[in-house]
Design a protein around this ligand. Structure first.
Ligand code: SAM
Ligand code: SF4
Length: 338
């Protein structure tokens, strides 16, 4: 049984929570060096929310005013029967309660899923791709194959999905591909967003601070070949956009470390185990799995969500300024879902 709730989720800083990112698995078929160790220990299956629980949870958020739902992971498309979940969510698109259903994927399974995702109402996908060089791609993802991802992107576009590439800016790794990636996106009609590497998890041998390539620098380099016009468009998240006048392309920059975007934050995240993180950069969280499992009705779940949103902090504490990964989080991106 469900309750028809109409009171929207508003946090203590008067921000309406309209955007939910949900990680549906901690597993992945890649082992990107900035995201996972090679021998990751994954969670036992019973710890994960079932597809039915994920449906109840997302539907509760939609009832409480969430308009955009982004599915992530781990790699969302390696979760068994995940299509059923997308198909279930399409009812909220049809009713008009949900504006957008989308996902962030490494693209490896897109060739298989693109048509069905489109049929379920997905119109846009973010595909993570840091390099167009086969050997470098294999190095950064450890287990990935570039050709498979490129095929996935092609299939997605053929199915009618708008594709945005997300590239993590890595010093000494893809600096030299700034223009190649930009031109590739122009020819292939994809948007492109650069992400600053964040101090997530504990990578052991990787020198995180050394990998950091400031997006202010990416921008300056782009400006040497293109005329950049700042776009006012904001999504309530950490992305800012410019337009390249010569090509009309939109380029995004996600700079959680160098810009404070928290004042307009409209989003929260749920992990694959049902933990609600009110802020990507803070450890405070609320367990939603217990109320989900405690009762078949959603009353306790909704109460737990509201209580958590009442604790959403004003902002986060990431800071590289002392040349160390300050405010470092101990959890992995694949757990919180990027
Ligand atoms: N597997 C999917 C993918 O790769 O798109 C979805 C999950 S992944 C954790 C989501 C995003 O987080 C990807 O774009 C990935 O590049 C990014 N990411 C992972 N670790 C990161 C880190 N330490 N800093 C910045 N971005 C990171
Ligand atoms: Fe997998 Fe995405 Fe993490 Fe890469 S970034 S290891 S593809 S979850």
């Amino acid at each position: 049984m469900t309750r028809a709730t109409t009171v929207p989720l508003i946090d203590p800083f008067a921000r309406a929570i309209t955007y939910l990112r949900v990680s549906v698995t901690d597993r992945c078929d890649f082992r990107c060096v900035y995201c996972m160790t090679e021998n990751m220990q994954f969670l036992p299956k019973r710890e994960l929310l079932t597809l039915e629980e994920l449906d109840r949870l997302c539907s509760a958020f939609v009832r409480m005013g969430v308009r955009k739902l982004r599915i992530t992971g781990g790699e969302p498309l390696v979760r068994r029967n995940i299509l059923t979940f997308f198909q279930g969510m399409s009812r909220h698109l049809e009713s008009g309660a949900l504006e957008e259903l989308t996902l962030t994927t490494n693209g490896s399974q897109l060739a298989r899923f693109a048509g069905d995702l489109y049929a379920a109402g997905v119109r846009r996908v973010n595909v993570s791709l840091d390099t167009l060089d086969e050997e470098k791609f294999a190095r950064v993802t450890r287990w990935g194959r570039l050709a498979q991802v490129l095929k996935g992107i092609e299939a997605a576009q053929a199915a009618g999905l708008r594709v945005k590439l997300n590239a993590v800016a890595l010093k000494g790794f893809n600096e030299d591909e700034l223009f190649t990636l930009t031109e590739w996106c122009h020819t292939h009609d994809c948007d492109l967003t650069w992400i600053e590497v964040m101090p997530m998890g504990d990578m052991g041998e990787e020198d995180r601070v050394g990998q950091y390539w400031a997006l202010s620098d990416v921008r300056c380099q782009l400006a040497q070949n293109y005329t950049l016009t700042e776009l006012s468009e904001r999504t309530g998240g950490p992305a800012r956009y410019v337009q390249l006048e010569e090509t009309g392309q939109k380029i995004g920059f996600i700079t959680p470390l160098t810009h404070n975007f928290c004042e307009s934050c409209n989003r929260v995240r749920v992990t694959c185990t049902g933990e609600l993180y009110m802020c990507l950069g803070q450890e405070d969280r609320a367990d939603l799995r217990a109320p989900l499992r405690a009762s078949e009705s959603d009353g306790q779940l909704e109460d737990a969500i509201r209580a958590a949103i009442d604790r959403k902090p004003k902002g986060h504490d990431f800071d590289y300024s002392r040349n160390e990964a300050g405010g470092q989080m101990t959890r992995h991106m694949s757990h919180t879902g990027g």
